[in-house]
Design a protein around this ligand. Structure first.
Ligand code: FES
Ligand code: FES
Length: 154
């Protein structure tokens, strides 16, 4: 059994330590908000936070997580400024990439509370969107920064 702390709760995963975290989240713990895209660290659909940093969960062996805290899209409050901004800017198209985009954006804002366009583009670069929602993602991040009262342009 591998102990994990996910969204503030302790879990035990009955899997081999080399199984990717993404598989454990979706197939064993039924936290299906985190999406499988490429499985190869190329798309960002599987992005979660590990100790607050955005990581590709398809590239992390569950046995390497240790005591670090995992947050998935289910662990982001509905009134979180990023989720609220995503709704206000109607960012989603097909929606598939969006949980990963929101996780990446939340981690970016935690590190850079008032990001400029260049910081947003660089910070969000690992996460792809086949529907091309990038302009709305940028707007939503600026809105979320403003809502959090940190001076970003809405
Ligand atoms: S599914 Fe993990 S980066 Fe694509
Ligand atoms: S909204 Fe469809 S892939 Fe991003």
């Amino acid at each position: 059994m591998i102990p994990l702390t996910i969204n503030g709760k302790r879990h035990q995963a009955d899997v081999s330590p080399d199984v990717p975290l993404l598989w454990v989240l979706r197939d064993h713990l039924h936290l299906t908000g985190t999406k499988f895209g490429c499985g190869e660290g190329l798309c960002g659909a599987c992005t979660v936070h590990i100790d607050g940093k955005a990581e590709f969960s398809c590239q992390v062996a569950v046995g390497d997580v240790g005591e670090r805290k995992i947050t998935t899209i289910e662990g982001i409050a509905e009134d979180h400024p990023v989720k609220q901004a995503w709704i206000a800017e109607e960012v989603s198209q097909c929606g598939y990439c969006q949980p990963g985009q929101i996780m990446r954006a939340a981690a970016l804002l935690a590190e850079h509370p008032d990001p400029g366009d260049a910081e947003i583009d660089a910070g969000m670069d690992p996460n792809l969107c086949r529907c091309g929602t990038y302009p709305r993602i940028r707007k939503a991040i600026r809105r979320a920064a403003g809502k959090a009262g940190r001076g970003g342009a809405a």
